[in-house]
Design a protein around this ligand. Structure first.
Ligand code: GLU
Ligand code: ZN
Length: 312
């Protein structure tokens, strides 16, 4: 089996060290296993995504030497790797599911959803739903007033499980109503869960490396991948990098973007050495070239990857 992985940044800002942590480990694993890396631009959020950031992230990856095999501009047989150019594919799925009853329109206001679930769901931003619109035939009048979001319908209780490379066996019971998750927002924006699942399946991705914060999203994505009849990838959820106060780096990204590090004189080899040190592959931070890492430091020597967070 040919290994295929993806690095899937959202172009809503400059790449920071947390993004590169994921990109580098994905790169190391893939290059050592002679696989292909797909650079997928996750720009379905048209308001926040900017062309300038796509250009910048390619520059930053190139500066670091983290190359890819398929990406914007060269894609072989898988179609575009830019999600905004794949919207028709996602929308036709939503249409199909809407017609055959696998998805239903939800007219609930944000305020109502917040009222039923002020507590976040499994530490994530997916709110609990009570199925209000699932069984209610909404009146035409209501339909004229507001546009619905669309929810994927969980037909019956189902235990979804997967074995994460670093976190071992994971289980979750998907429940009707509660877990009917949004696949398209009321403003027409396709939901991350749908786009990412469809693309991981359609692009034959075999291994997904990403941050631990997405661990609980995986259950919904597996549900969709199965629905679509795709082979499931292997998942590896990586520990999040946090600062000394335990705050996720992405929240404080200004000072640690790759461009700001480069401008302050830090070299690529400094960065690669740091990443390998945090991963537990070397005992003290030292300058290491990407080429040396690829040839001499096995991905399996990254002993810290079973942690939840890494304080830097
Ligand atoms: N586009 C997502 C992000 O930047 C990545 C999602 C994923 O790897 O599944 O957070
Ligand atoms: Zn509803």
């Amino acid at each position: 089996m040919k290994i295929r992985t993806r690095f899937a940044p959202s172009p809503t800002g400059y790449l920071h060290i947390g993004n590169i942590w994921v990109a580098f480990l994905n790169w190391l694993f893939t290059r050592q296993n002679r696989g292909s890396i797909i650079l997928r631009i996750e720009d379905i959020d048209g308001e926040r995504s900017k062309l300038e950031y796509i250009k910048a992230l390619k520059e930053d990856l190139e500066w670091l030497g983290l190359d890819w095999d398929e990406g914007p501009g060269f894609t072989y047989s898988y179609g575009s790797t830019i999600q905004s150019e794949r919207l028709g594919l996602y929308k036709s799925l939503i249409h199909k599911w809407g017609n055959n009853g696998d998805a239903y329109p939800c007219y609930c206001t944000r305020a109502r959803i917040h009222k039923i679930a002020s507590a976040p769901h499994r530490g994530e931003q997916l709110p609990i739903y009570d199925g209000y619109c699932r069984n209610t035939l909404t009146t035409i009048d209501e339909k004229h007033k507001i546009k619905p979001s669309w929810r994927f319908k969980i037909k019956e209780k189902e235990t979804v499980s997967f074995s994460d490379i670093f976190h071992k066996k994971q289980y979750y019971n998907l429940m009707p109503n509660r877990d009917d998750f949004v696949i398209m927002r009321a403003d027409g924006m396709v939901a991350y869960q749908l786009a990412v699942s469809y693309d991981d399946g359609a692009m034959d991705i075999t291994h997904v490396f990403r941050g631990e914060d997405l661990l609980s999203s995986t259950f919904y994505q597996i549900k969709l991948l199965k629905e679509l009849g795709y082979q499931l990838p292997v998942y590896g959820h990586l520990p999040l990098l946090v600062d000394k106060e335990g705050i996720r780096l992405s929240k404080r990204q200004k000072g640690i973007t790759i461009r700001s590090l480069r401008n302050s004189g830090i070299t690529v080899n400094d960065i690669i050495g740091k990443l390998l040190f945090w991963a537990g592959a070397i005992s003290k931070p030292e300058k290491i070239s990407l080429c040396y890492a690829k040839n001499n430091i096995s991905f399996n020597e990254c002993h810290n990857l079973t942690k939840k967070t890494i304080s830097i």
